[in-house]
Design a protein around this ligand. Sequence first.
Ligand code: F6R
Length: 369
Amino acid sequence: EKGGYDYFMLKEIAEQPKAVADTLLGRIDAGGALLLDEVRIPAAELREVDKVVIVACGTAYHAGLIAKYAIEHWTRIPCETELASEFRYRDPILDHRTLVIAISQSGETMDTLMALRHAREQGARVLAICNTNGSTIPRESDAVLYTHAGPEVAVASTKAFLTQLVACYLVALYLGQVRGTKWGDEVRSVVHDLARIAREVEEVLETMEPVRELARSLADQNTVLFLGRHVGYPVALEGALKLKELAYMHAEGFAAGELKHGPIALIEKDVPVVVVVPSPRGRSVLHDKIVSNIQEIRARGARTIVIAERGDEAVRPYADHLVEIPVTPVLLQPLVATVPLQVFACELATARGNEVDQPRNLAKSVTVE
Ligand code: F6R
C-alpha cells in the first residue's frame, strides 16, 4: 500500500505532480478561462464581495497565508488570513459581502469548523477548500472546491498542501475573472504557467538527493531557522512546521525583514538557516534585500541553505548549500519552493530515528478544539 516507499510520507511527496495536475484538471479551458461552475456561489454575489477572510489551521493556514498575496494582487479585494482557533474569539467583522474561505484537508478539523459556523451565523458566505468528499466542513459550507490530492495518510501534510495552493490560486483567478479585475496579460500568463507547474514539481523531485544528504548531515543540530519574504515567508513557516513535527527539532520561520528586529540575535556560528529567495525577476527589490539578509547572517557564522531560482547568480557566493528550483511566476513559487523543505524534514526525521508517518503526540485529524 506504500507503493514501494518506506513511508506514506515519501509516497505522498512523490505523488505531488499528479495531485497538482488532478486538482487543475477540467478547471481551465483551452482559452485560459477558469471553469469553476462547481463553486455554486452566483457570479452576482461574487461581484459583491468586499472582503475575503481565510480560516484554517497548521499547514492549511500556511496555504491561506500564501493565498492572501494572490487574492489581493489579482482581485484587489482586501483579504486576511487567520488561524481558525483564534477567529471567533475576537468578534470578527463579517457580513453578507464577506467571503470566508475555510481550508482543510480532512474536512473535520474542529477549530476550522467552529470558525466557519461562526462566519455563517454572521451572514458571511463560506467556501470550503477540502480534500475529503462529504466531510463535515464542506457539508456545512455554502460551496466547496475539492482538492484532488487523493487520500493523505501520513500525519504531516504534503500533497494536500500543494493542492490547497492550487485551489487557492484557482479561486483567486476565478474571482478576478468574474469581477473583471486585473484580467489581463499577467493573469493569462499565470494560467498558462499553472498548467506547466506539475512538470516543474516533478523536476524538483528529481533533484533532491543533495537535499537528503544535507539533511542527514544535520541530524545532530538542535535548531534550524527559516527565512523568507513575500510568499516565501509562509513557505519558511511551513518548512519550520514540518521540521518541528517530524524531526522534533527547534525550528522557526521568520519574515526576513524582521531579522533586525530581534531574531538576528539567534544567529551564531554554524546555525543552519534556510533562506527562501524570491525571484530576481518581478519584485527584484525583495530579491536584493534578501541577498543582503543572507550576507548579514553569513557574516555572523550561519550556515546558509539557500533555495533560489535556477540562474540566480547573485545568491551563489553566499550560499553554503544552494538548492535550485525552476523559474515560475512570483506568486506560484511556493509550489516548487516547499518541496525541498518537505524532503529535508522527512530525511532529517529518518536520520534521527523518528517515526515519519506517525509523529509523537499528533493526530491526522484534530476533531477537538
Ligand atoms: C501539518 C499538519 C497539520 C494540519 C492541520 C489542519 O503537517 O498536517 O498542521 O495541516 O491540523 O488539518 P486539516 O487540513 O485537515 O484541517
